[in-house]
Write a protein that binds this ligand. Sequence first.
Ligand SMILES: Cc1cc2nc3c(=O)[nH]c(=O)nc-3n(C[C@H](O)[C@H](O)[C@H](O)COP(=O)(O)OP(=O)(O)OC[C@H]3O[C@@H](n4cnc5c(N)ncnc54)[C@H](O)[C@@H]3O)c2cc1C
Length: 340
Amino acid sequence: MDVIIIGGGQAGLAMGYALKQHKISFIILDENSETGKSWEKRYDSLRLFTPRNYSQLHDFTFEGDPNGFPHKGEVVSYLQKFKSVNNLPVIHNQKVIKLSKESNQKFRVITQVQSYTARYVVVATGAFHHPFTPPIHDGSIPFMIHASDYQNPAQIPKGDVLIIGAGNTGVQIAAELSGTHTVTLSKSKSINRIPQRIAGKSLFWWFETLGVSKANPDSLVGKFIQKRDPIIGDDYKTVKKYVEVVSRVEAVKEGIASFQDSPSKKVKSIIWATGYRNNYSWIDIEGVLNDGGKPIHQFGVTNVQGLYFLGLSWQSKRSSALIYGVSDDANAIAEKIMQG
Ligand SMILES: Cc1cc2nc3c(=O)[nH]c(=O)nc-3n(C[C@H](O)[C@H](O)[C@H](O)COP(=O)(O)OP(=O)(O)OC[C@H]3O[C@@H](n4cnc5c(N)ncnc54)[C@H](O)[C@@H]3O)c2cc1C
């Protein structure tokens, strides 16, 4: 077999499809028992901020109103259908625990149950996989979860809740909880809101038309958006009405949260909406990761012959880690693999 794709989420499936077009043999290894688990695990009310016609892999139609915003469950069904219609060979329950390179230049991929070899490897394990909580608390709060474990308001103890982090996820959860709880939202920088539709067109239509979607990470436009990535949709309007927004949390000690520019607060419950970090500690090949454990790559191509990443944030453009942006990157990597 030529290629092993590690990770069978949307990025792994998009990669498989691209390789199939070139008749390159491959398998996809995924740790979960079925396709779509990353989406299934996310909170109950999750509706995508990308409309259906901007939530498609390659040209595979997402059924339903093209301008409507799908619920996460629809994405699970969509990915499962994409896999079965395109007959993609995903092997489930295969958590990769080691990736190394042998003297014959082949890669060895070891899972918890089996060992494989291949000439090429594409790592597609997801940009939002390992929840990150900053080490600024002493564990004194009775109820504390990361946003990745948030499901619905019934899960959060009654009364006050502090949400730390005001990105799209923090703002969405704050808006939802504002109906049932007294919510405080801590932001580390100013919040810019952008509507989902402008002048009757989807935001993503504008991004495409104005070329924003294609801006690469090092371009002026790319740098600007990375710095000021806006909150998409109406949730911030709800937050402004019903939620107390405070400055950055500096520490949480003995049940008290202290903030950069706001008065300290006694806290009972915290949701950390503080993002994700990658964990590639299982990659045992020199020169792939930098000192911070991040991939060294250009548009997903590493310095190690035959090794690629796919689905990274800003891999080649803003939409690289989104459903509709990953197929272009997958096609580019398939081309590279074709060239040998
Ligand atoms: C809350 C939230 C909302 C989002 N909303 C949108 C949206 O509206 N529109 C949009 O386009 N995008 C959205 N995204 C971004 C993105 O589309 C998703 O994060 C998507 O799940 C990324 O797909 P992926 O295939 O790159 O990674 P994942 O979906 O995480 O898939 C990676 C797969 O690899 C597996 N894996 C990981 N490590 C290993 C290993 N060592 N061995 C074997 N398998 C492994 C994982 O279990 C998983 O099955 C959202 C993300 C989040 C967190």
